[in-house]
Design a protein around this ligand. Structure first.
Ligand code: PLP
Length: 378
């Protein structure tokens, strides 16, 4: 049974279908790599590659030449490391927590050192094992989230013993407003980063996230770290069209009914039918990552026609208005579009009052997942 027919079976059993286009993912990587060249491009695969599956995503990007992968948590690195090729480098953005040093060393996981304490810990581990260990050093250039402050960096530079046993292979920082190309904070962060980077001229400089790549060549440095644009999200205002959608989500209808005027629909009776309506219940709700904020304001699509969500989104289902669709066209099992050509990820996120990052990372494991190769089958 091929993937498609097995999906049909699952769809008939009332599951939503999440389609992840690895061909589009690869095309996005190539587009970002072309834009960032001669800088190299890593992949941020934290949070299970923004919910799309770190193993599949990393393998597809490795095939495009990506060799640098960033996760957020140490446990994410532990899971991903055995699935990556030996020549792939894996970095932990949230840094090295006390006690993780030996496992990091053993598993060839590169910590991002975010504080003087973490530098000391890693340096101590290196001197104890007699091996010169690689590390990425993160500096805070204006986001006040992770990384050494300018003062801490001065201390580090003034005391070479702090890094005597380790090799700072990368110096990195992260942009807070790269989605706003006009924000003055971008240039301010760039110059703060340049000052920090000058202290480690041999290291690879890594600065740009997806939005940073679109800010222009000054921001590319040596190694860019996109996440969201790989996954088809919009990383900044006026993003070039070269970034393609990667995700489609469709949900089957599990019940239809016609109701008279005055019918209360869903929890709390938050929607009352203003006239006779035909409605359909769909097999996904907030436990499937469709925010409850879509209650009464979001929509799904059927053949380009907008089907408004009526009343509250439930945990495992929600109800939509299908009055505009010819009777009999939407029946049990009919898939409707939640994310696709008529409703982009951004449109859905906006309707829910959130961002594409949050929608993607919350889609979860409940859908039948279909990895397709799109146009660029290898
Ligand atoms: C998440 C993250 C990225 C990727 O950001 P996108 O906006 O998704 O491209 C890059 N660097 C760091 C430090 C991050 O935390």
């Amino acid at each position: 049974m091929n993937a498609h027919s097995s999906f049909r079976m699952l769809a008939d059993h009332g599951w939503g279908r999440l389609e992840i286009d690895l061909g589009a993912l690869r095309a996005n990587y190539r587009a970002l790599a072309a834009r960032a060249a001669p800088a190299r491009v890593a992949a941020v695969v934290k949070a299970d590659a923004y919910g799309l599956g770190a193993e599949r995503v990393s393998a597809a990007l490795y095939a495009e030449g990506c060799r640098d992968f960033f996760v957020a948590h140490f446990v994410e690195a532990l899971r991903l490391r055995p699935l990556l090729s030996l020549d792939a480098r894996l970095y932990v953005l949230n840094g090295l927590q006390p006690g993780d040093e030996d496992v990091a060393l053993e598993r060839d996981i590169v910590p991002v050192l975010n504080s003087l304490e973490q530098v000391e810990q890693w340096n101590f581990t290196a001197s104890r094992t007699g091996r010169q260990l690689a590390a990425a050093l993160q500096v805070d250039s204006g986001m006040s989230r992770l990384g050494l402050s300018a003062d801490e960096l001065k201390t580090l530079v003034a005391r070479p013993s702090l890094t005597a046993a380790i090799r700072i292979t990368h110096v990195m920082s992260h942009l807070a407003e790269a989605d706003e190309p006009e924000a003055p904070a971008n240039a301010a962060q760039l110059s703060a980063f340049a000052a920090a980077r000058a202290a480690f001229p041999q290291a690879i400089a890594s600065f740009a996230n997806s939005g940073g790549i679109f800010l222009g060549p000054d921001y590319h440095q040596d190694l860019a770290r996109p996440g969201i644009a790989l996954y088809g999200g919009v990383a900044c205002r006026n993003q070039p069209e070269e970034i393609r959608p990667v995700v489609r989500l469709s949900i089957p209808v599990i019940q239809t009914r016609s109701v008279p005027a005055g019918t209360r629909i869903g929890y709390g009776g938050r929607h009352v039918a203003p006239g006779p309506m035909r409605i359909a219940t769909l097999a996904a709700g907030y436990a499937d990552g469709l925010p409850r904020h879509l209650s009464g304001c979001g929509a799904v699509y059927f053949e380009g026609q907008r089907l408004p969500i009526l009343g509250s989104v439930s945990m495992d289902s929600m109800t939509v208005d299908v009055s505009a669709i010819e009777p009999g066209r939407i029946t049990l099992g009919t898939p409707v579009e939640v994310i696709g050509p008529h409703q982009t990820l951004e449109m859905l996120a906006e309707a829910a009052g959130t961002i594409a990052y949050e929608i993607l990372t919350r889609l979860g494991q409940r859908y039948a997942r279909d990895y397709i190769q799109g146009e660029t089958a290898a």
